[in-house]
Design a protein. Structure first.
Lengths: 505, 218
């Protein structure tokens, strides 16, 4: 037994003599960490790295089967899902791993921001981190493209349409992005190269530099209110802190990173197991137009923002806002590299995080049910609720038919079913008078198309007659045209007095 | 592989001092001057590699930017959509065609759909399927005479003009002509806001006689 041990040590020594890695590795592992920084708050960066490794491994495994060809990619995904042993599970892990990675990177960034860890001397670590976030989002988008289905195809169309708005070189950018005049074989090849070679390569390099800088500069100390970062004194203070009270990163802090990473990996596996892989949805055949494309979860907020921007603001916003945000994030540590680190002394920072989180949350939520989109099948799929038809005259019922046949339901809900693009019509007669309705239907306005050409006079009459009966379930009082009451009750005499004598209006 | 005990660090430290290379000294015995022959050669090698890099960059950039450097006209050609009689007057119909520029692995993605509106007689309008907002596929509803987009709720009237929603303009319209009783369109690239060619009507409608006849023969 002892001989075997000696032999093993001998082999180790043979390698170590040639590699010389023992010293740098043990020094890196044992680098002194501020004691309070061995915290559960400091585990997100390592978890993101572990998830990245998971993505690399599962990505390579998927590449064993996936065919990056526009004509065959969809079929190879179906093959992975249904024919390859555990292919569905690997796809599910890769898909959920991607969602988890974006989430953890965002949480890591928020934590670093709130703990002031981007301040001197860690400015460059933050700047590289901003690029890591952008490349991670790039991986998420290109990965969504490789899941080559209807959503992917039309998502590329949205990307190309955004590109085309770049002034002067928009057209060239579109062709550069698509690799040709249309979304086709070369487009998928390009995104395959991006997702599998270019972005992972850049990510690996950036992660290496990012982690190296963490080792080189040391883990950020736990922020304390009133402990001010100053370039003149920080290095000495940090050295004092770590050399007197510092704990070795391994094992004192590393065990928390390891436990959290394991928990995250287990969550990914659990999600993959319970919820399965993402898609693919329909075949990416652009001749099949019965589709309502939607981006993946982390891009839903952009989808929502694009629906709400006024048309004239859209192009400037699409290019100016991301530039401002990215430049702002890059400049943050250079502008605010000193001063307070603790969140309780940085109300603006806390407020920014809160506002951004709420805004992203609200837009993501809106993106999940897209109230701005007409529901294309509603007019033929959602029947008129019977209580809106009871006791109605033949003309009014004819109007209900017009409402259904002219696709009004695609944008207007009745009885809680139908589109949400326009207001629900359940109680429309309590808000609009007959004249207002006729005007709105024929001329449109406020995001409603004009139906003047699509409706005959008889159809308009029937439709408005039906709409006039829609006063909610409780039969609320109808909207009243005050001017009409005035004219009918004879109150018009008042202006008549003012009119010149001898003339009647 | 040998598993004999290795000398290790300690042993190497004990070994005799390794003879070092002779120091490069200037003829006067002073410190090495910066502009020595070796540093000149090193700088020359950098310049050489820079030049080789520049030479290599030309084909690499040419290859990479190839698709972006082509002009719109190179992608486009006249495509027959069907006999005029196939499109009833007053109706708008969905038509698929195969993109003129295809590669072997395009599969179904080279299929392109468009809406053909036969106004009356020889009057046609051919609309791109892509919404002018962000390119989603618009659907025609003959009952309400509207095109609707499923993505962000853009709507267009039957003549393609903007009705409501986020699009800032009407539907993209392909240039078309009727040759020997066949409806042809000039298409070949995804219509976006940047390629105006597909919506601007040419001042003089020149029938593409030669190319069309070739296509008909084939």
């Amino acid at each position: 037994m002892a001989g075997l041990k000696d032999r093993a040590f001998g082999i180790y020594a043979w390698f170590e003599r040639r590699l010389g890695l023992e010293k740098p590795i043990s020094e890196a592992a044992a680098h002194p960490t501020p004691p309070r920084s061995a915290s559960w708050w400091y585990v997100f960066g390592s978890a993101a790295t572990v998830l990245f490794m998971l993505q690399i491994v599962t990505g390579i495994l998927l590449a064993l089967v996936y065919t990056p060809s526009a004509g065959e990619a969809w079929a190879s995904l179906e093959f992975l899902n249904h024919q390859v042993t555990l292919g569905w599970f690997l796809r599910a892990i890769h898909g959920w791993g991607s969602d988890f990675m974006v989430a953890i990177v965002l949480i890591h960034m928020t934590q670093v921001f709130l703990f002031g860890a981007y301040k001197y001397p860690r400015e460059l670590t933050w700047i590289i981190g901003v690029f890591l976030l952008l490349f991670t989002l790039g991986m998420a988008f290109t990965g969504q493209v490789l899941r080559f289905d209807q959503d992917s195809y039309w998502g590329l169309g949205i990307g190309a349409s955004i590109m085309s708005r770049v002034p002067w070189i928009g057209g060239q950018l579109v062709h550069f992005m698509l690799g040709g005049p249309i979304i086709a074989g070369q487009t998928l090849s390009r995104f395959f190269a991006l997702h599998v070679f270019i972005l992972p390569g850049v990510l690996i390099a950036c992660v290496a530099v990012h982690v190296w800088m963490v080792l080189h500069l040391g883990v950020n100390e736990w922020p304390m209110p009133g402990r001010i970062v100053s370039k003149a004194t920080y290095d000495g203070e940090y050295h004092e802190l770590t050399s007197t009270t510092g704990v070795p990163f391994v094992p004192d802090a590393a065990w928390k990173d390891a436990v959290f990473a394991a928990a995250i990996l287990l969550s990914v596996v659990a999600c993959a197991l319970f919820f399965g892989p993402f898609g693919p949805s329909g075949v990416p055949d652009p001749a099949i137009i019965q589709t309502a494309p939607k981006p993946d979860f982390f891009f839903l907020w952009i989808y929502a923002v694009l629906a709400y921007l006024p048309p004239e603001l859209e192009t400037p916003f699409l290019f100016i806002a991301p530039t401002v945000v990215i430049v702002g994030m890059l400049l943050l540590p250079l502008v605010a590299g000193e001063g307070e680190k603790h969140w309780s002394r940085r109300p603006v920072a806390v407020l920014m995080v809160a506002v951004i989180a709420v805004a992203l949350g609200v837009f993501t939520h809106l993106g999940t049910y897209t109230p701005w989109s007409p529901i294309m099948e509603s007019w033929s799929g959602d029947p008129t609720p019977t209580y809106f038809l009871k006791g109605r005259s033949p003309l009014e019922r004819q109007g209900a038919l017009v409402l259904q046949n002219k696709q009004c339901r695609n944008c207007h809900a009745l009885g809680g079913r139908g589109g949400m693009r326009g207001p629900a019509l359940d109680a429309i007669a309590t808000r609009m008078t007959e004249d207002q309705m006729i005007r709105q239907v024929l001329q449109g306005g406020g995001n409603m198309p004009a139906y003047g050409k699509a409706l005959s006079a008889a159809e308009t009459r029937a439709l408005v007659a039906f709409l006039m009966t829609l006063r909610g379930k409780d039969n609320l009082a109808p909207a009243i045209d005050a001017s009409r009451t005035l004219t009918q009750s004879g109150a018009m005499r008042v202006p008549m007095v003012r009119a010149p004598a001898g003339k009647t209006p | 592989m040998s598993t004999a005990p290795e000398p290790g660090h300690a042993a190497s430290q004990q070994s005799a001092p390794v003879p070092t290379e002779p120091q490069i000294a200037s003829p006067h015995g002073g410190p090495v001057h910066r502009d020595s022959r070796r540093s000149f050669l090193f700088k020359l090698s950098l310049v050489l590699n820079g030049a080789v890099g520049a030479v290599l960059a030309v084909p690499i950039l040419g290859y990479l930017l190839g698709p972006a450097l082509k002009r719109d006209q190179e992608f486009k050609s006249w495509i027959p959509l069907g006999a005029v009689g196939d499109f009833p007057e007053g109706e708008t119909r969905l038509v698929d065609y195969r993109n003129p520029v295809v590669t072997a692995d395009d599969g179904a993605t080279a299929n392109v759909a468009c809406w053909v509106r036969h106004v009356q007689g020889d009057q046609f309008q051919v609309f791109a399927i892509n919404c002018a907002h962000l390119g989603c596929p618009v659907r025609w509803f003959p009952q309400s005479h509207l095109f609707m987009c499923p993505c962000h709720g853009g709507a267009y009237y039957e003549d393609g003009s903007r009705a409501s929603g986020p699009p800032e303009r009407g539907l993209f319209e392909y240039q078309h002509s009727i040759v020997n009783g066949k409806l042809m369109i000039n298409a070949g690239q995804m219509p976006t806001l940047s390629n105006r060619a597909c919506n601007q009507k040419p001042l003089i409608q020149i029938a593409p006689t030669s190319s069309v006849q070739n296509e008909e023969r084939s």
